[in-house]
Structures are given as C-alpha cells and as structure tokens.
Write a protein that binds this ligand. Structure first.
Ligand SMILES: *Cc1c(COP(=O)(O)O)cnc(C)c1O
Length: 479
C-alpha cells in the first residue's frame, strides 16, 4: 500500500510513500494530506470472517485485520503485538473496548471514551504511542512532539506517549482555559518525557506558536520536532476499526445497514467513517453533528465551505468541536472531486487563501455528498445540549457529555425506520462537569480512578505567548 497527497498530480506517482514513511509526518510536502492510493475492498466473505474475529477474538484482532490492509512495512507479528498491547481491557475499561449501548428502538451509543483520558481520541492516540515507540526504536531516532491543545488532544497525546522511549512531548495550552478536570489530567503527569506549557493567551496563540516553531526548518530539524494532530493518517486509520466494531455489534447479518452520527470538529472522526464506507462497510448515512461552529453543516447544506475568522469562532459548551476550519475536510473533498489533486490544490491552497471560502454548490459532485457518500448534517446549540442531556438522563438513566449530546440531538433528526443509528460517544460527562450541573443540577459520575485528581501536585511551566521562549524551553530540555 502506498500513500499520496490530496494535492498530488494525478499522473505522477513518483512521490508516493509507504506507511512508516508518513507515520511520523504531518502534512505532505505540498501542503496536502496523505491518503491511501486506493481503499481496500471488504467483500461479504471477509466481513463475515471479521464478524467472527471480533466476537470470538476481540477488538485487538479486528484492529490487526483492518490495519494489515494499510500497513505492509511492519511485519505481521509485530503489528499484531502492537494491537494487542494497545487494545486491552486494562487500558480501555472493558473487554469489548467499544461496547454498544441501546438507548431506544433504533438508537444506540457506541462507547469510545473509556480510555485513559475519557475521550475518543485515546482510541487512536494509544495506538500511535505504541507505533511511534516501535518505529523510532527501529530507526534509532528520537522525536520531540510539539502540540497545542484546548483539552482532549493534549491529554490523549500525553497519556499515549508517557514513558515511551525516544519520545518527548511539549504540549502548550491556554492558561486557565481548560476545565479543572482537564488541567488536572494533564498537569498531574510526573513522567520525565512529558512537558506541560501553560501559555498566557488563547488556544489560537498556542497554535500559532506551534506553527511558527515548525516553520523554522532549521530548528525543526535540529530538535526533531514532530506533531500528533488529527491530520495524521495513522490516527484516522485507527479510528476506522471502531466503525466496523459498531456495525458488527448492531447487526446480525451483512445484509443490514447502519447509520452513524458523529459529533464533529476537525472532521477526523467522521472521515474515518467515510473510509470505512469506501471499504464497503454497509453504512447508510454518515451524519455530521456540529455545535454553533457550523462550518461543516453549512457546507453539507449549501456547498459553500467558508473558513471562519478566529474572532467569529464561538466558545461553546462542547469546546472540542469549536473550530474555525475543519483540518481533515480536504480528504473528503479529494474523494468528492474524483481524486483530482490539482483541483483540490486550487481550492485549498488558492481559493481559501484568497477568499477564505469556496463554493461547490453548483458542482454536480456536490450532490453526491449525500447520494453517493451518504453525508447528512445538523447543528446543535447550548440550549439543545442542555435539553438533550436532561432528556437522555431522565428517559434512559444515561448521562452523556456535551459533545455526545450534540450527536444525540442531531441523530434524532435523521432516524430512519429499520436502520439502526449509532451515535459515537466522544467523551465522558466528568470532563465537562459545569454544563452537566447546569443541565441536571448535579455533579456527573466520576470513575473511581479519577477521585481527587484536582488535588494532586501539578507539573506545568507558565510562559508568555512568545515563540522564542518556547524554543528556549525545548532546547533546554533536549540533552
Ligand atoms: C476531538 C473531539 C471531537 C471532534 O472530533 P473531530 O475528529 O475533530 O471531528 C468531538 N468531541 C470530543 C469530545 C472531542 O475530543
């Protein structure tokens, strides 16, 4: 399997790469995102075999089956061992890893948030940690991961990389902006290789600093700077597995279809659903749920993709979906436009840079977003979130977080008789306690292992939003 950039020229295959070559990279050199040259096709017999693999051997073995189709430069026994080390009941709380919970006729929640940081990002990031350690050891190299987080990504990355050989994490976050629980999760880590940097500024300041450091190519090379953001192909690939696992739990036979609703921000999670569908998983609809930051909902309704200014990005009670642009969206547009890399380049590198938007509303390809690719969308607001958290708790005794609530609200608007709808649960309510109290008048349930974490000693360095200060800190902590 080779990988190409979404901006690659169609008839030039000279710069295609193998999995381990793109594993530690972010963007392709031309500014595009990596995708496999083709999507492996899962026929009926394979899906039947995977049904039995998942139910008898478990999630790790299913992950190995899926990943083997995309990775041919890691020996099979090693890849299987990496999957088995990653997807254990000890790490993810249950043997099923992603159990399905029935809410009512035709509506399910797929639990993706029982990993170490209680958000779905653990599903991919835990694998990434093991893949990085493996590949860096094989090369005899080291990597310094520099990131910016408003909460979930940073903690998932830190818990995936803590104690890993060859990796250090430098994670910037806006001082005082994360929930107390999120701060406690990150700052209580005492591992030598994990560095928390609290920046006097907002999330965008953190992100700008990371970009500025990465754009200093000499510094980047000298200090072996890398990233683990959501455009990393390995993260997306790992997420494909739980679409299969959700399907296999909700159905008895391969003739049945299911739909998924996905609380979305950067389009990473749902893009994995798109990949699963392109592989032949019988998915009917892929429903994108957004919060007040409705860039994606607007596109799917109108064909206009309009990036927002940071000043126009709403700070909402589902903060992990507060985006001004959807960094993985280019992958879907590449497929939508028949994998025309030149056209993708002109839209994302030229039109977006000049006008901050592009319009595919009159393009015949746009109509296929719904018909051929199953995409639909909806939007949820703070009031919807509160009402949905309350109703879900009262009717089913199930407490959901604010992001999952956006999903449940939108899913209800897209139910179809006879087609199970699976909402992906993207975080647990304890991470966003203030809104749960607002909705329910009580504190959310807290898994026992998180009792009292706010009181633990904290390891964090506070810093001005100053690129040179970050560089100096990194230099000082890399022997
Ligand atoms: C990251 C995140 C999302 C958004 O996922 P994308 O892959 O960016 O679309 C939704 N909910 C939670 C809780 C998250 O952490």
């Amino acid at each position: 399997m080779k990988y190409l950039s979404t901006r690659a020229a169609a008839n030039d295959s000279t710069d295609r790469k193998r999995f381990c070559e793109i594993l530690l990279e972010g963007l392709a050199p031309d500014g595009g995102l990596y995708l496999p040259e083709r999507y492996p096709q899962i026929d009926d017999a394979t899906l039947t075999r995977w049904r039995s693999v998942y139910h008898t051997q478990g999630y790790a073995e299913l992950a190995f089956e899926v990943l083997s189709l995309y990775i041919d430069d890691i020996p099979a026994d090693d890849l299987r061992a990496l999957c088995e080390k990653t997807y254990t009941a000890a790490v993810f709380g249950t043997g099923e890893i992603v159990p399905l919970r029935h809410l009512e006729e035709g509506l399910y929640l797929e639990a993706l948030s029982n990993g170490p940081t209680l958000a779905f990002k653990d599903m991919a990031m835990q694998l990434l940690g093991n893949l990085f350690e493996y590949e860096l050891a094989r090369r005899g190299e080291e990597l310094n991961i520099l990131g910016a987080t408003s909460g979930d990504t940073g903690s998932a990355a830190e818990y995936a990389m803590r104690g890993k050989k060859g990796v250090r994490v430098f994670m910037t976050s806006p001082f005082g902006r994360m929930s107390p629980f999120q701060q406690a999760q990150m700052f209580s880590l005492m591992d030598e290789n994990i560095h928390n940097i609290a920046v006097d500024g907002v999330f965008d300041d953190c992100q700008d600093m990371v970009k500025a450091v990465s754009n200093d190519l000499e510094f980047k090379r000298k200090y072996k700077i890398g990233t683990v953001n959501s455009i990393n192909w390995a993260r997306l690939m790992a997420q494909v597995v739980y679409y299969f696992a959700g399907y296999l739990q909700a159905t008895q036979s391969n003739s049945e279809k299911v739909s998924f609703t996905v609380p979305s921000g950067n389009f990473g999670n749902i893009c994995a659903g798109h990949v699963a569908r392109m592989m032949g998983l019988p998915i009917d609809k892929l429903v994108v749920a957004t919060n007040e930051n409705d860039v994606l909902d607007e596109f799917l309704r109108t064909g206009v993709y309009r990036v927002r200014a940071s000043a126009d990005t709403h700070e909402t009670s589902s903060p992990s979906m507060d985006i001004s642009k959807a960094s993985n969206f280019e992958r879907f547009v590449f497929d939508l436009l028949g994998r025309d890399g030149a056209r993708v380049k002109s839209l994302f590198a030229d039109a977006l840079a000049q006008d901050g938007q592009f319009d595919l509303g009159t393009d015949p390809a746009f109509k296929q977003a719904a018909i051929r690719y199953g995409f639909e969308s909806g939007k949820s607001t703070h009031a919807d979130r509160l009402a949905t958290i309350k109703a879900t708790f009262e009717r089913f005794g199930v407490m959901i977080d604010t992001h999952t609530a956006d999903g449940v609200k939108v899913a209800r608007e897209h139910l179809q008789p006879g087609v199970p709808m699976i909402v992906l649960e993207t975080a647990l309510p304890i991470k966003f306690a203030a809104t749960i109290v607002e909705a329910l008048g009580r504190e959310p349930d807290r898994p026992a292992r998180f009792e009292g974490i706010e009181a633990l000693p904290k390891r964090v360095t506070r810093m001005a939003a100053d690129v040179d200060a970050v560089k100096a800190y990194i230099a000082q902590h890399c022997p």
